[in-house]
Design a protein around this ligand. Structure first.
Ligand SMILES: Nc1nc2c(ncn2[C@@H]2O[C@H](COP(=O)(O)OP(=O)(O)OP(=O)(O)O)[C@@H](O)[C@H]2O)c(=O)[nH]1
Ligand SMILES: [Mg+2]
Length: 467
């Protein structure tokens, strides 16, 4: 009976502008909660249940800050004295009698979830000195009789935690440091461990919640890896097909087809990034990222390649094989596919550019059909370095999303994303990845075991970045 409402609840309370909403955002994995520089950002109390598979595992209440603590404490003290076990009822009485009182609106909002059974998480900014004015707030909270703990948040650079600990020790059994902006998944779990100790009845459900969240976290990592692997397969084997009028492609037809090809590769990347942001619950991020440019002045210039951690040797190998492809990669096919004639389509696709390596990113072919209509195909990706650039960007993006606290509202700068491949992919990993890339380049289906090995390698890369 009453199972559904038995999950642990916590009200996050304190002075205005101390990071209460930030703590709720990070612990509820919700980046839509309003956080602001000015005191009074939060006006009403609102519950944020953390649901896993439809089941609430805990609920956090974001509340407005104390405004008239002294008046409330006076009201409580003016009442007929009651024994400690009845003090909570007196706080309830205060709410009932003053509900229409606009002056006490903030306090009523913040006390309501507590008198309804929520535990107390009192938040202070320990980068500012302690002061007696906080004692009134802590007194009122003590009157509710609910289990409570304090969180030391360091908003600024200074550190007055020692003073705060001495003072808070008089009011709270547990005092923990927690920085909601930088909090990692581990930090969350540790804070939950502390919350589990506040009340006997909550220990088991919170321990269970920790287990569920650990599993979920692992699943999110796996899901991210699957998303990246599938996106890599899609983009590396992608072929754009365009109908062309004559026996060979005009410059314009070729240019248009290449552009369409590039757009699709960019789209695959955008799609997997969106998917990963969804996996990690980042729904409203504002980000800057380097566009994935597939032309020779952007991502594939020699200059940018040199920062991917690719050795000079690797670059030379790439140049050589791309040069070889320059001759082989362009086929002009006539008729029903029986007669193939290798030929270059003008100087635009082959030639010197291809010898250098980085211009020859993808195959461009003109293929014939039996109906006399001709097709120009662009793809699959031929450049040997490109897959690592794509993968490096994907891993970096996924790691940023995985590590990002939901209290973080700053712009995400993914500007460095092109430079991450070399840091997490060593030559052994590269060998394993290459086994699949080689197949995809040839449009062959890689073996299941190669895909599995590929997936494990991507997972290793992501875990490497997650630290
Ligand atoms: N650097 C840093 N800034 C923080 C931290 N916690 C909160 N802030 C900033 O402090 C400001 C207030 O944060 P909120 O979470 O809105 O604070 P609040 O207690 O909910 O404020 P009210 O709703 O106005 O009472 C915001 O600008 C946050 O970005 C922190 O740990 N580090
Ligand atoms: Mg707030």
């Amino acid at each position: 009976m009453m199972q559904s409402s038995s999950y642990p609840k916590f009200a996050v309370v304190g002075h205005p502008n101390k990071g209460k909403s930030s703590i709720v955002s990070s612990m509820a994995y919700d980046d839509s909660i309003q956080i602001g520089d000015t005191p009074g950002t939060t006006q009403v109390n609102r519950g944020f249940p953390l649901k896993v598979d439809g089941e609430i595992i805990y609920e956090l209440f974001d509340t407005p800050g104390f405004q008239r603590a002294r008046r409330i404490l006076s009201w409580l003290k003016e009442q007929e004295p009651v024994s400690a076990d009845k003090r909570g009822d007196l706080v309830k009485k205060f709410i009932v009698e003053n509900r229409e009182h606009p002056k006490f609106k903030d306090e009523i909002e913040l006390l309501e979830p507590i008198v309804n059974g929520a535990g107390i998480i009192y938040v202070v900014d320990a980068s500012k000195p302690y002061g007696v004015e906080y004692e009134t707030e802590m007194e009122i909270l003590r009157w509710t009789g609910q289990p409570s703990m304090a969180i030391l948040n360091l908003i600024g650079d200074e550190d007055y935690r020692d003073q705060w600990k001495r003072a808070l020790g008089h009011y709270f059994r547990l005092v923990r440091t927690f920085n909601p902006i930088e909090a990692t998944f581990r930090d969350h779990m540790e804070l939950l461990e502390s919350m589990a100790q506040l009340k006997e009845e909550w220990t088991k459900p919170i321990q269970k919640a920790i287990g569920i969240l650990e599993t979920l976290h692992q699943q999110k990592i796996e899901h991210s890896v699957d998303t990246i692997v599938s996106s890599m397969q899609k983009s590396l084997s992608y072929i754009y097909v365009a109908k062309i009028k004559g026996d060979s492609a005009t410059k314009l037809e070729e240019k248009t087809a290449k552009l369409e090809y590039q757009k699709q590769i960019v789209k695959y990347e955008r799609e997997h990034k969106q998917e990963i942001e969804k996996i990690w619950n980042h729904r409203s991020i504002d980000k800057a990222e380097d566009a994935l440019l597939l032309d020779d002045i952007g991502l594939f210039s020699k200059e940018s390649a040199s920062i991917f951690g690719l050795s000079q040797k690797e670059l030379i190998i790439t140049g050589a094989s791309a040069g070889a492809l320059g001759g082989l990669g362009i086929d002009l096919a006539f008729g029903g596919g029986t007669l193939f004639l290798a030929s270059l389509i003008g100087g635009a696709v082959g030639g010197v550019g291809a010898m250098v390596g980085f211009d020859n990113i993808y195959d461009v072919k003109v293929l014939g059909q039996s109906f006399g209509k001709r097709e120009l195909t662009v793809g699959p990706m031929k450049n040997l370095n490109f897959p690592y650039i794509l993968l490096g960007r994907a891993l970096y993006h996924a790691s940023v999303m995985a590590k990002r606290s939901h209290a973080q509202r700053d712009f995400v700068n993914l500007g460095d994303e092109n430079s991450y491949t070399g840091q997490v992919i060593d030559s052994d990993m590269r060998k394993k990845l290459e086994r699949v890339h080689v197949k995809l380049r040839a449009r062959n289906v890689p073996k299941d075991e190669s895909i599995k090995e590929y997936r494990d390698t991507v997972l290793k890369g992501l875990l490497g970045l997650l630290g």
